[in-house]
Design a protein around this ligand. Sequence first.
Ligand code: GAL
Length: 628
Amino acid sequence: MKLGVCYYPEHWPETCWADDARRMAELGISHVRIGEFAWSRIEARAGSLTWEWLDRAVAVLANAGLKVVMGTPTATPPKWLVDTMPEMIAIDAGGRPRRFGSRRHYCFSHQGYAGECRRIVTAMAQRYGNHPAVAAWQTDNEYGCHDTAISYSLAAAQAFREWLAGKYGDVASLNMAWGNVFWSMEYAAFGEIDLPNLTVTVPNPAHELDFRRFASDQVVRFNRMQADILRAHSPGRDVVHNFMGFFTQFDHHAVGADLDVASWDSYPLGFLEQFWFSAEDKQRYARQGHPDIAAFHHDLYRGCQKDGRWWVMEQQPGPVNWARFNPAPLPGMVRLWTLEAMAHGAELVSYFRWRQVPFAQEQMHAGLLRPDGVEAEGAGEVRQVAQEIAALPDPGPPPRQTALVFDYASAWVTDIMPQGQGFSALRIAFEYYSALRRLGLDIDIVSSNAELEGYALVVVPCQPIVDQPFVDRLAASGAQVVIGAATGSKTADFAIPPGLAPGPLAAQLPLRIARVETLRGQPCQWLEQVETKLDQPRPGQFASGKFHYLARYPAIDLLDDLLPQLAAAAELGPVPLPDGVRVRRTANLVFAFNYSADERTLPEGLFAALLSGSQTLAPAGVAIGTAP
Ligand code: GAL
């Protein structure tokens, strides 16, 4: 595994560059991502391209033996461009423009902006595509960041109508599929259909779901346009995009199909603070991050690229600036997060950013260096971990053991119609994942289209839309299968299936969900009334052969009871782990991580031989050994 860093030569005097490059290499860094926000310096006025400074920056990095990951600058269109086509700005759900003055101020559906992107990406790819130091390209930056994958602009409305016409052919079919007879919502022509915002009460969920599918397709198209240009002008280089944490506004499996490498931006402390975790967990893991946040995304994004190739493009190196509270990592966590990425099969971990920038929005965001150029805490850990990685044997490929199924459409369905506050397919997937990881299992997070052969255990936490081929693959897989509540509860048109939930799964699980109620709570309790002749080993739990159904949420108590039995039956050798400890195996190595704030003793028999660390781990400690 290689190490990288994100660098912005345009923020620093040119006299610093050579020394920066030398210090990066000295730290053990081999890859440097640049360029992704530099459009105003590349093209200060329409058509006047200024490459010379960037040529020199690339040369300085190359001279220090560093490889470049070049970012296309399309996340930050410059002011002159926005002023020439003001309708390129995205519109929020309240109908307000998302103005110039930060970043990502564009609508994915605006054809004029797409043309400008084609032009700048082509020019950049022609300029640097064959440079020997350029190893990879990053398309844009974090599609959808700051809630930007969905736009309610005129361009989006027009493109949506065309998308609907392509999908349904005639408007009568759309009326039928959406159930538009309800509340007299019927249309006579595609041209009459608006975007699903600013309605009096909630729009038709089928309308919203199609809009989410459309918005996702627009991101896929935009990325594919860039990927095609980069491949044409820069053969042999990897095309990469940096995804975000806990973000579901587009189908990452679909974008990933056009990438050589999926990557993501890992900010464990910021994510812990900003998402649904309990006040107790936020306190407890404030300096470590929840023990499953980074791993969940590693396993998710590994499944978003067909060869399982993935990187961490941005790794938090110290306090960030954007969460409600921004603690510093516990000493050792930057090293731990880096080794954990290696354990999950990353090819590269790149830190964000090289030097803390003293001006503008992110001035309080740590880098590996302080604004005065002195090394911050993270830098020492990078130096140490670079040496450790170099000394470790090749970890080999990840095992194929447990699959957790997650589709982005599941998150759209529960966003659109949660039925109880906090009922979220993403959160449920994370909670099931956590329960599996507490047993020491190694998990692949896969889409419902994935091949399931070879897995001993397949878990489907919450998958409202289920199709027959998926059910067939589950049945053929030979795995023990755990299905969570609300699975199979909707058709692809966002309606209740004719034979009620769990839809096509009923062939494997002879039961019927007669009623759903949700009770007050944070998150809500989701309770299903089940009609069946199947036995109920515990209230809410049903089994038919190797299929197991959990008819309520939260279901942690059921999972904690059922999963160890199933894992043992599947000979996965579950090892319940001490609180805050997680393990991950590769073909050749076993890694153990202590996320807790106290010393922890690892279970016996985890390793054949220890290569690094010890059986007792200090907080932020890591043990690495050979597989038994
Ligand atoms: C990411 C983004 C970076 C930077 C970073 C700060 O979301 O890609 O450009 O803003 O967050 O943590």
